[in-house]
Design a protein around this ligand. Structure first.
Ligand code: HEM
Length: 199
């Protein structure tokens, strides 16, 4: 009985990855939408860009670690009795999230590495995060072309996350409060889950 219960929940490390990455991703979307529209003359633009890049590179690092962890620790099975179409949608959206949490920051990193301006990335003001080496030797026009393409890709992927996040949250709430299959509690710390299910 206890063993089944353990297997049906995410482990502590998976939960920490999930909630930390989710919080940083949402914060960085808000920051990105705000600073991208500021005029270049605004003194805050440079500082906020630095924070955006630092948070994004943290998400990239954590997401790679999370993927490695996930490969070694399979997710608990989906609740029983789910219509097959919903199962496919659930699995597809999870894979899409794994793709986005790596692809969004990676395209941001390639974009700034291609920028002909060559501005530094001061990681939380601690050290200079390097640009990607394969952009360094390109001609200025090639860099500009890469930068503009990557900017569009970065923005489109970020907008995909903006659409996907509310769908993901709505699906979790639907499971928890309408289907009542306790799906949300699988991703919450044990003590809280116990307390809630006891009520
Ligand atoms: C969690 C990861 C990230 C998220 C969710 C994210 C999200 C966003 C969003 C929503 C925008 C504004 C898009 C728009 O105006 O429509 C943006 C712009 C930008 N991001 Fe990111 N980003 C991430 C990581 C990064 C990283 C790692 C870098 C660079 C190292 C970066 C560099 C930039 C830059 C330079 C812009 C401004 C582009 C412009 O001027 O239009 N981002 N990002």
């Amino acid at each position: 009985m206890i063993r089944d219960d353990v297997q049906l929940r995410y482990g502590t490390v998976a939960m920490i990855f999930h909630w930390v990455i989710a919080a940083l991703l949402i914060a960085n979307i808000a920051l990105g939408l705000y600073f991208a529209d500021l005029p270049h003359s605004d003194p805050w633009k440079f500082e906020l860009t630095q924070w955006h890049k630092s948070i994004g590179l943290t998400v990239l690092t954590l997401s790679i670690l999370r993927l490695a962890w996930r490969l070694a620790h399979p997710a608990p099975p989906l609740p029983t009795g789910m219509y097959w179409g919903l199962r496919v949608a659930a699995r597809a959206s999870h894979y899409l999230f794994y793709f986005l949490i790596v692809a969004i920051p990676l395209t941001g990193w390639i974009m700034v590495s291609a920028s002909p301006l060559g501005l530094p990335t001061r990681y939380f003001h601690l050290f200079d995060w390097p640009n990607l080496w394969f952009m360094a030797d390109l001609h200025r026009d090639q860099k500009l072309a890469w930068h503009d393409t990557l900017e569009s890709v970065h923005n489109t992927l970020a907008w995909s996350a903006i659409v996907l996040i509310p769908i993901h949250v709505a699906a979790a709430l639907y499971h928890q409060f309408i289907r009542r299959d306790d799906l949300l509690w699988r991703m919450l710390p044990r003590r809280r889950a116990r307390l809630e299910s006891a009520q």
